[in-house]
Design a protein around this ligand. Sequence first.
Ligand code: MGD
Ligand code: MGD
Ligand code: SF4
Ligand code: MO
Length: 727
Amino acid sequence: MLSPLKNISRFLGIDTAKEKYRYGIDPQFGYTSQEKIPDHWVKTTCGYCSVGCGMYLGVREGHAVAVHGDSDHPVNHGILCPKGLTEHHFIHSKDRATEPLLKIKGRLRPVHWETALNTLVDRFVRIQRNYGNQALGVLSTGQLVTEEFYALGKLVQLGFKTTNYDGNTTLCMSTAVAGYKRSFGSDGPPGCYADFEVADCIFLVGANIADNHPILWDHLRKNTSRTLIVADPRLSKTAMLADLYLPVKPRSDLTLINGIMKILIDAGKIDRIYIARHTHRFEELVSHLKKYSLDFVSEQTGLPRDLIKKVAHTYGDAKAGLIAWTMGVNHSTQGTETVNAINTLALITGNIGRPGAAPFSITGQCNAMGTREAGFTSSLPGYRKFENLQDREELARIWKVPVEEIPQERGWAYPDIIEGIVKGKIKALWILATNPFVSYPNQELLKDAISRLEFLVVQDGFHPTPTTEVADLVLPAAMWGEKEGTYTNSERRVLKVNRAVDPPGEARSDFDIFLEIAKKLGVSNALFSGWKKPRDAFEEWKTVSQGRLCDYSHMTYEAIEAQGGIQWGGERLYTNGEYPTSDRKARLWAVDGCSEPEPPNDRYPFLLNTGRTVEHWHTRTKTGRIELLEKMSPEAWVEINPEDARQLKIRQHEVVRVASQRGEIPKVAVRITSTVPSGHLFIPFHYIEACANNLTVSEFDPISREPNYKQCAVKVEKLSFAERGGF
Ligand SMILES: Nc1nc2c(c(=O)[nH]1)N[C@H]1C(S)=C(S)[C@@H](COP(=O)(O)OP(=O)(O)OC[C@H]3O[C@@H](n4cnc5c(=O)[nH]c(N)nc54)[C@H](O)[C@@H]3O)O[C@H]1N2
Ligand SMILES: Nc1nc2c(c(=O)[nH]1)N[C@H]1C(S)=C(S)[C@@H](COP(=O)(O)OP(=O)(O)OC[C@H]3O[C@@H](n4cnc5c(=O)[nH]c(N)nc54)[C@H](O)[C@@H]3O)O[C@H]1N2
Ligand code: SF4
Ligand SMILES: [Mo]
């Protein structure tokens, strides 16, 4: 292994002896990514997105002062995006949560950990005694380490004995999870990043990787002989890079996929042997697709007939076709069925389990996968099924507990927990590492729900955040750079994150907090016997995952670190065409598209689309405190088409009001741009100051319970002279 110093040198081709004098400038991007020369570097993994880039965190006198990419890492080969490159900047920011705070006489006041955790256990247990165990709800995240997810799942389900536990991953990945389960019998993205390098056809559906998975783009860029197809109603940065851009009508992806399948079946460009050997219900699919004439598909999707044909044949003719999707598909009331259609298209063309061929859900948060694998949310640990007695028995045997202790069905999903509060069923809530007061749809409803709680605990690395501010108890958590464990990235690669610096003040790692709570609850021996460090949880998780699709039993921390991560399930899943279903076959789905839940109308004539930008991470608790990123993207904006702006007499950069039936953004600056079609608006959801989720609708996918974030009806209003502040 080369030292980090030599790594950079090799990358740049510069002389190591002189290099130490050049450290102030980040050689790859030309701006400073450190304030001081580190006295040592700690190898780790980026804590933002699911790409999972390898990096080194530079430390000087106990402070994180620099980062640089790991040039030996198979994911990113030394490159980092702007968020990764500035990641050390949030660690020592002044708003870190440093002490437990308890609301006493209406004000949050510092208390000792002892008092904080005794209060948490007392209140939770008392509320559960009064209203039943299920009156405690827990909302977690995709941003803890897997060891923490595993510990939290055990603590919540076996310790507090509530199943009303879910992650913010339901705002994000639950659709892909449900879609994979319904098609293949298990969750688990089948593809890998190398597929982007070798596919002949790459079809991105509702995925803006240039902004949101920038280093993935680096894999795609290496593939010079591919055709890149992008379907997105908005001409995103990624769409601009496409060979074939499909400005689909929102929510028409399912119809488009059905149309493509019909064309390929009619042209015989399908894999009949694969279909016969490895799938079910092909005949049903064929008869279902009869109505998907080219005219119908063209009318429904808004795409020209020739373009649809061209896309179908490009995918159908490809030796290896990759379809990757993200939130443009998942964030919809029909997301799961759209995922099923995508999987079905891949299956009937045999585009799965081979290099370059996969239906690939790109994940979002750094460890969205960890909670899916280990976290007790939509599956039991190790992708075991709640409803399967054999799975429950196996888990009970490993844990040496009676099988009755293992829940037989999952509890409420995130939106149902929120509705459960409104209905008076949930009385206490524990929120960890998520910030719903920016990220949850329909903020009015959320505020109403939270105000009805008897006790709210928020565990976060920052205070104040919009969510910690309303808590009864705030638990200060160590964050990335301050704790150890593993993340799993989008290609199932298990990666190591390491502690480089101490957490600020009295902040503790989520893991230590869980262990301490278990002690107070009197379940420490039963759940976490002998556990002191994340490594202890990892060892147990290896046993629990053994023999499952996500098998970690062959991994060690040392091997993960040395190899730049290890993919569970190997490079690709389903290479032999066998699926984890009762008869080893995958299911083909015949489904129809339906319209969005809240189409524009006379009062609210615009369709609002929401999403992201490269500089910011979600609710900006981290990136909003990093000067460079904040300066690059300091305020929210609304994108509007030039034609619509002309009609409304709105000028470039004018400040306007945007409102829906549920709420409004009182002021937001206009960007007139033809990247959005006429009749559409786009607002990034990162900014509490102009919170897109004041507008979004409380509509959820009936199967996955994921919110319909990408379409709701809104209006735009000019501000009066007085509202504009007299100019
Ligand atoms: N910079 C940055 N990177 C991130 C994140 C971040 O906050 N900031 N978050 C991470 C997380 S958790 C996630 S989940 C991913 C999300 O990554 P993406 O899914 O790429 O992000 P979004 O911008 O939410 O949505 C993607 C696209 O869906 C399009 N879309 C909207 N409606 C439709 C439709 O009906 N059909 C189609 N085909 N497309 C549609 C939008 O126009 C948008 O361009 O990003 C991850 N990476
Ligand atoms: N309108 C609209 N809304 C959306 C979306 C959209 O596209 N449009 N996207 C949705 C999606 S895909 C997602 S994933 C969600 C994301 O929404 P959130 O999960 O609410 O967003 P984050 O800002 O990542 O919140 C993470 C919180 O955890 C804290 N934190 C970070 N690390 C740690 C840690 O190690 N321990 C603890 N205890 N706390 C920590 C951070 O300070 C922050 O407050 O937003 C969803 N909301
Ligand atoms: S692409 Fe994602 S994992 Fe890589 S540096 Fe950027 S934010 Fe971090
Ligand atoms: Mo996400």
